[in-house]
Design a protein around this ligand. Structure first.
Ligand code: GLU
Length: 511
């Protein structure tokens, strides 16, 4: 069987956004699923839109995600070069073939002439198309006699256009096929004679893309839906060269968070959501990426993988290797898929749960010691991490969450006293509890003691817990109370209960 070779072929015209990253990811997992190769090709034929920082952004984004190409400009294989700007001689050779066999032709029309023709059509509410119906009226190697066009070739700037249809064709329609959308019938008479070579001597995307996919032995082209309208031209190009076609699959659009319209780079600012995997700086503005916001790369990949695909069951959490095993083109959805930032955060929470305690502890114990050693028992760091990891969206919030959990201040306490049902019995119990802490008992014993006393004294469980929490943190809600009691040092707990009871007892606290 032929080796599966899939490629990601971005144009370096700006930062890589999540749409591009999704295309790269799908190509990567499909190729790896088939034990094939994943290729990165830089499509830099559009000199006007070239951005020299873009290729690095593409490379760095893929690297962060662990989507590592087998062949790329940085790590070439035997099908290079992998930057289109370095392949000009290849395109020159191939376009000559198309001219020789009558599939393409030279066109000399100036921008002014074409603009004029466009305007005239628009005045009538129609769209200007340069094709079989009107190409005779323009200046090209099909309309001019040979002597004139050869002279023009010497003297004038020209482009090379593809002959999409003429009356000598056997058929006026073709059947093209997309793996997601099925067969599509295309009326050749409605197609434009697209430019294949520009007057700056560079091929257009269409020509370079088809030639490279063929020469790089690409087996499957998986790309964004915006390229579906170009598929008929690409199909015809393959046939004109007499080449076998790859399989095509066009991915559904990623929609704005509102679900209305295609997600654009500008939506990042508009909705206050990240649209790039890693940060991108433009002039003086820096747009934070998922990485800088604090997403786990596994969560980010998982989130992206599910925009437009699902496994057909309830499973939502995937690691990259599971995606490689389970991903199939058949389960890519046809309709647009919404970008839901809340869902991205949910994926992060889920992936944080999968990180081992050891990794998290190694990462934060230095800082925990430095900042909180006076308050917490460092030996119980594992218990702290267990509580805190379920309460954060991002790993970088762990330290702050610990701070919130162990914090105690009298202002909170004063504000919250009125929210608590504090009977004389309950206050007495708090004093008893404090004395139990002094005996260095385990948290479980302290918990049993407290809850038993609550029922003996017929104090409502909720009131009892709230009062204890209030004395220990000044707050009325928060993380599991006895877990906090477990890792806060005994002398601190005693001190806090004393201070709290004093404040509570102070009749004048409110004045
Ligand atoms: N250079 C094109 C892009 O940036 C590639 C499209 C394709 O994959 O054929 O979207």
């Amino acid at each position: 069987m032929l080796e599966k070779r899939l490629r990601f072929a971005p144009s370096p015209t700006g930062p890589l956004h999540i749409g591009g990253l999704r295309t790269a990811l799908y190509n990567y997992v499909i190729s790896k699923n088939q034990k094939g190769k994943f290729i990165l090709r830089i499509e830099d034929t559009d000199l006007n839109r070239f951005d020299k920082k873009a290729e690095k952004h593409i490379n760095d984004s893929l690297e962060w995600c662990g989507i590592i190409p087998d062949e790329s400009p940085k790590d070439p294989g035997k099908f290079g070069p992998y930057r289109q700007s370095e392949r000009k001689s290849i395109y020159n050779k191939h376009i000559k073939k198309l001219i020789e066999n009558g599939k393409a032709y030279f066109a000399f029309d100036s921008t002014e002439v074409l603009d004029q023709a466009r305007k005239e059509k628009e005045k009538k509410g129609e769209t200007f198309i340069y094709n079989w119906e009107n190409r005779e009226k323009f200046q090209n190697s099909l309309s001019l006699d040979e002597g004139t066009y050869r002279k023009f070739l010497e003297e004038k700037k020209y482009v090379i256009r593809f002959k999409s249809y003429d009356k000598s064709f056997n058929n006026d329609s073709i059947l093209i096929e997309d793996q997601i959308r099925g067969k599509i019938k295309v009326d050749l008479k409605l197609l434009d004679d697209k430019i294949l070579f520009k007057n700056d001597g560079m091929p257009t995307y269409h020509l370079a893309n088809v030639i490279d996919d063929h020469l790089m032995k690409i087996s499957d082209v998986v790309r964004g839906e915006e390229w579906l309208p170009s598929l008929a031209l690409h199909w015809q190009l393959y046939e004109s060269f007499g080449w076998n076609k790859p399989n095509f699959a066009h991915l559904p659009l990623i929609l704005k968070p509102t679900g209305k319209g295609k997600l654009s780079k500008r939506d990042g600012q508009k909705f206050g959501i990240p649209v790039y995997p890693i940060s991108w700086s433009d002039n003086d503005i820096t747009f934070e990426g998922f990485k800088e916001i604090g997403f786990e790369k596994e969560a980010f990949i998982n989130f992206i993988s599910m925009i437009g695909w699902n496994p057909g069951n309830e499973k939502e959490i995937f690691e990259l290797d599971e995606l490689i095993n389970q991903f199939t083109i058949e389960r890519i959805i046809k309709s647009g898929a919404k970008y839901d930032y809340e869902k991205a955060k949910w994926f992060n929470i889920e992936h944080i749960k999968k990180i081992s305690d050891k990794i998290l502890i190694d990462e934060v114990q230095g800082e925990i010691k430095e900042r909180f050693e006076d308050i917490i028992d460092i030996k119980k760091i594992k218990n702290i991490i267990e509580i805190v990891r379920d309460r954060v969206i991002f790993r970088k919030d762990i330290i702050n969450e610990i701070k919130i959990i162990i914090e105690y201040n009298l202002l909170d306490l004063k504000e919250n006293i009125s929210k608590i049902n504090l009977s004389k019995d309950l206050i007495e119990l708090l004093v008893l509890f404090k004395n139990e802490i002094k005996k260095n008992k385990s948290t479980q014993i302290l918990k049993n003691f407290y809850t038993n006393k609550l029922s003996q004294k017929e104090i409502k469980f909720g009131d009892g817990m709230k009062a204890l929490r209030l004395c220990i943190s000044g707050k009325v809600s928060g993380a599991d109370l006895f877990s906090q009691i477990n890792f806060i040092k005994n002398e601190i707990l005693i001190q806090r209960i004393n201070n709290s009871l004093k404040t509570i007892n102070d009749k004048n606290w409110n004045s």
